[in-house]
Design a protein. Structure first.
Length: 116
């Protein structure tokens, strides 16, 4: 089970920190965790991922502004979003891929709205 939180309404240039907590799974059983977002009328897009060994990936649109991290247990991932832009607006979803069954699990979205 994944629980995302931290969304909100902010002005352009502000920061937000999202969190995604994975329950009923050990950190060592998570292959990768990631954040996706979906703007109104748009497809869901990959924002960032972090692998079990700490490797990260960022979409070009967020490089230098967003940072993904995780807790020591590797069951919670955080998305620090700085210098937010109106185009960052969307529903942010977290997911994970399990090493146990190779399935991908999704949490509910948390809404981020950036006003200009």
């Amino acid at each position: 089970q994944l629980q995302a939180s931290g969304g909100g309404l902010v002005q352009a240039g502000a920061s937000l920190n999202l969190a995604c907590v994975a329950s009923k799974i050990r950190g060592s059983d998570i292959d990768v965790m990631g954040w996706y977002r979906q703007a109104p009328g748009m497809r869901r897009e990959l924002v960032t991922t972090i692998t079990i060994d700490g490797g990260t990936y960022y979409a070009d649109s967020v490089k230098g502004r967003f940072t993904i991290s995780r807790n020591m247990a590797a069951t919670t991932t955080y998305l620090q979003m700085n210098s937010l832009k109106p185009e960052d607006t969307g529903l942010y979803y977290c997911n994970l891929r399990s090493r146990l069954d190779s399935r991908t699990y999704w949490g509910q979205g948390t809404l981020v709205t950036v006003s200009s």
